[in-house]
Design a protein around this ligand. Structure first.
Ligand code: ADP
Ligand code: ASP
Ligand code: MG
Length: 393
């Protein structure tokens, strides 16, 4: 009997009507004679709302308590789906992260799955139960609940699929696959039939929500076929395949969730520089694109995600007062596809559009499968559409 893992995101489990659509998809695959493991996200905007409510109580809530709070969202959806499936006559059981044997690293809010003890899941599957697991959560060595970072239910699903040696891992969401750009930003975006893990990883790392970046690494490492599909239609989705196809642009990602930081201090101080790096790391503020423009003074530029701004502002007010700091919201656009570095035309076309729009590029990064441009300001979706027309059609 094959084991299939199905993951349903927040929009797929948002209300009772949608839970019925999910249940039908689960039942269809169960009735074909498969072992079914379902991983669910929190309903709709639950996680966003919980974060907002916690921030009304405290500007900087403890990360451990945020894990406890946010993990409740997934527990609501898993139990509702189990209640519904049981009512429909299909034996099912919901399991939290720790009940499902998902052990993670110690840190809060961005833990990594280290190991999965599948014995409980397997025991339930042997009884022909449908096993429903809370995505996004696990337990660490202190027996504290941990969470895997925003969008982390995808990683739960692929990791569980790897641990169970599942035949497929389906990621169901509100889009029927991975597109040539976010279809909610550019309407002419086209769905891709296949994509390599490497290309998908670049797309995810650049901030496209459609798949959590770490699930792609797990899928590639354990050779799990990942298929993204829509919960709301039966169209074929996008399959991740570990083969490199033709050289062309596959997808364009526009990320507006970026803060560009400039920090100055009159003399260069390795101690101060290392203090800055350590504080960013300790506070889980993933800083990227570091540049120091001078060897005599500190003239440091880097980017952070806008979701970490409150933590960064707190550091500026307390530990990093010595710096003269400014920051602003900017846009980064990444053009992804294997072989991009060898095709000069892609860079030429992109620069032509940048010049036509009188835009300033503050950072340009190119590797074999990505060309990324960072702009000095936040941009509308018009530029994304223009790049799409020029490079994809
Ligand atoms: P879920 O809540 O089911 O996990 P997400 O919101 O995380 O779903 O991911 C789906 C969203 O990803 C889509 O609604 C879409 O706006 C966004 N997205 C961004 N880039 C792409 C892309 N290239 N292809 C498809 N969807 C994309
Ligand atoms: N509920 C979590 C989030 O909104 C995890 C997930 O949806 O994957 O980030
Ligand atoms: Mg998601």
């Amino acid at each position: 009997m094959d084991t299939i893992v199905l993951k349903f995101g927040g929009s797929s489990v948002a209300d009772n009507l949608k839970l019925n659509i999910v249940a039908q998809k689960v039942i269809d695959l169960y009735d074909e004679g498969n072992n079914i493991v379902v991983v669910v996200s929190a309903q709709g905007k639950t996680t966003d709302n919980l974060i907002k409510e916690a921030k009304e109580l405290s500007n900087l809530p403890e990360e451990r308590e945020m894990d406890v709070l946010l993990s409740t969202g997934e527990q609501v959806s898993m139990s509702k789906l189990a209640i519904l499936l049981n009512q429909l006559g299909y034996k099912s059981i919901s399991l939290t992260g720790w009940q499902a044997g998902i052990y993670t690293s110690k840190e809060s809010q961005n833990s990594k799955i280290e190991q999965i003890d599948t014995s409980r899941i397997e025991k339930e599957l042997e009884k022909r139960k449908i096993v429903i697991i809370a995505g996004f959560q696990g337990i660490n060595e202190n027996e504290d609940i941990t969470t895997l970072g925003r969008g982390g239910s995808d990683t739960t699903a692929v990791a569980v699929a790897a641990a169970l040696n599942a035949k497929h891992c389906y990621i169901f969401s509100d889009v029927d696959g991975v597109y040539t750009t976010d279809p909610n930003k550019v309407t002419i975006a086209k769905k891709l039939e296949t994509l390599s893990y490497k290309e998908m990883l670049e797309i995810a790392n650049e901030g496209a929500k459609v798949l959590h970046n770490r699930c792609i690494e797990v899928g590639q490492k354990y050779h799990i076929p990942i298929i993204t599909k829509s919960t709301f239609n039966n169209k074929p989705g996008t399959t991740l395949q570990d083969k490199i196809e033709d050289t062309n642009v596959k997808s364009i990602v526009k990320n507006d969730d970026i803060i560009y930081v400039h920090m100055k201090y009159e003399t260069y101080s390795p101690e101060l520089f290392s203090k800055l790096l350590k504080l960013l790391e300790k506070n889980n503020i993933g800083a990227n694109n570091f540049v120091n423009n001078s060897i005599h003074s500190m003239d440091v530029y880097f980017t952070i995600k806008s979701t970490t701004l409150a933590k960064f502002q707190n550091l500026l007010e307390n530990d990093l007062k010595a710096f003269d700091t400014t920051y602003k919201n900017i846009t980064r656009i990444a053009i992804v596809g294997h072989g991009i570095m060898n095709d000069n035309k892609i860079l030429e076309e992109a620069i032509k559009i940048v010049d036509l729009n009188n835009l300033e590029i503050i950072n340009l990064e190119i590797n074999e499968s990505k060309l990324a441009l960072m702009f000095s300001q936040k941009l509308s979706n018009t530029i994304l559409e223009q790049l799409h027309i020029a490079l994809i059609g």
